[in-house]
Design a protein around this ligand. Structure first.
Ligand code: TYD
Length: 226
């Protein structure tokens, strides 16, 4: 049986990475094979593209070119990691996926939505997530959280290409994700990520259990997580 595909989306500093990792650990504790991954990146080729995209060197080329580069990274990630894992019955938990392109490059970057849809059809095809969590916090709060992360020892020293954008950009991002959640309720679940971390994690776990019934999934003994 094909594994399930779960993605986490939202603006900057919403806690996606933390909750993707917590969910992956909970699924593993049921004995399931789980692959925790992220975008842009997640495969050797896509991690190279990640560096190009987040360093900002592609920014002068414009949002259309960035869109194509995100799509190219996604293609490698899907081919090398996501599809093979799902085919083996492994559950894939991914920190950002195609919805980030729809919102960052589409809703906010003003790339023609027809171009984004066309690329998504070609690159993602029917490998759309079974379930997508959209973590929501007010833009200001999200920016404060990413600034705090930078102040921590060992944290990133500078903001990346997208974190460095102004507050208006982050507010537009939030609106874009809220619209997406409202338009696709069958796949997307909006989570109030201003709540304490444990409460957010428990809500996510409840939704996964209700919608995907992981306790009934066949046990996958091969653990391919890094
Ligand atoms: P990352 O360091 O993973 O940020 P975060 O912790 O906020 O997820 O950087 C990913 C950045 O790339 C983030 O700012 C969103 C952006 N992005 C896009 O603009 N389009 C995309 O398709 C994807 C996958 C990410």
């Amino acid at each position: 049986m094909r594994g399930r595909f779960i993605t986490f989306e939202g603006g900057e500093g919403t806690g996606k990475s933390t909750h993707a990792a917590t969910l992956a650990a909970r699924l593993k504790s049921l004995g399931l094979g789980v692959r925790l991954t992220r975008e842009p990146g997640g495969s050797v080729g896509a991690e190279i593209m990640r560096h190009i995209l987040l360093s900002g060197v592609a920014k002068p080329l414009g949002p259309e070119v960035e869109t194509v580069l995100f799509a190219a990274a996604r293609d490698d990630h899907l081919t090398e990691v996501i599809r093979p894992a799902l085919a083996r019955g492994i559950w894939v938990v991914c920190d950002r996926f195609a919805d980030s392109t729809r919102v960052y490059q589409g809703a906010v970057g003003q790339v023609d939505p027809r171009a984004i849809r066309a690329l998504e059809r070609v690159i993602v095809g029917d490998t759309m997530p079974d379930l997508t969590f959209i973590l929501d916090v007010p833009a200001e709060q999200g920016m404060q959280r990413t600034a705090k992360r930078r102040d921590k020892p060992g944290g990133p020293e500078t903001s990346d290409r997208f974190e460095a954008e102004a507050i208006e950009f982050h507010e537009k991002l939030r609106d874009g994700f809220l619209t997406l959640a409202a338009n696709e309720p069958a796949r997307c679940v909006l989570i109030d990520a201003t709540l304490p971390k444990e409460q957010v994690a428990d809500q996510i776990w409840r939704v996964v259990n209700d919608r995907l019934e992981p306790t009934l999934a066949p046990i996958q003994l091969a653990d391919v997580s890094p």
